[in-house]
Design a protein around this ligand. Sequence first.
Ligand code: DX5
Ligand code: ZN
Length: 255
Amino acid sequence: MVPSANERTAELFHSLCPKVKSYDIIPVSMTKVSPSVLSADFSRLGEELRRVEYAGADWVHIDVMDGMFVPNITIGPSVVQSLRSLSKIPFDVHLMIEDPVRYVEAFSKAGADMITVHAESKGDIMAAVRKIRSFGRSPGISINPGTPFSAAEEYMGDVDLILIMTVQPGFGGQAFREDCVPKISQARRYVDENNLSTEIVIDGGINRRTGKTCVDAGATVLAAGSSLFNSEDMKSEITLWKSFCSKPADNSRKD
Ligand code: DX5
Ligand code: ZN
């Protein structure tokens, strides 16, 4: 007999967390999942958005690249606006662009709910963060694999999310950088010690194994493109990821 999606989810969960009984974890949905439409079929973006919603995603991750900050070019505010009319799911817009303050208004008006800028981008990043807030949107700060957490610290009191890149930004389908995991724990400790409620978003090379590693280190949101869009059943994959529960920071570690 072919197992149902729920049975497959339970099997997957047991292989990752053998000590936890499924009835203990199914009602708990601690981890948020934000599928990245960078891996969607761009010729049918509207249908892909509905697929993501049907699969139970919490947010939709929209990667914006300018060919300057990163070597790739993707989408602009008009595409975000077109998608906005199709869905109410929160749009998590990741700006991989130089001088992002120039485009904050356009993406806010296009319907972005969260707008994340990079600490490494040229321009006044704090001004961009504050401008995002002034438009009633949630600001986020992102750091590349080679950037220490300390580069994000000055923004932590002003943002609602920190997005930790676990690949070099620019392209989907790259391998997860395990060396970034201590930075996730560091962010978790900072958030807990400062009584913040900042979401800790991880982006790049996330699959069910690396996603679990990130949540164990303190991540609250998993952004992923290729592993979700290429999965056999996006819904059961997302259900599995959402069942991962983050634990409090391990304050004994000093990495
Ligand atoms: C990479 C983007 C990611 C990308 C992730 O620069 O920021 O959001 O879509 O793709 P995967 O999950 O395939 O690594
Ligand atoms: Zn991204």
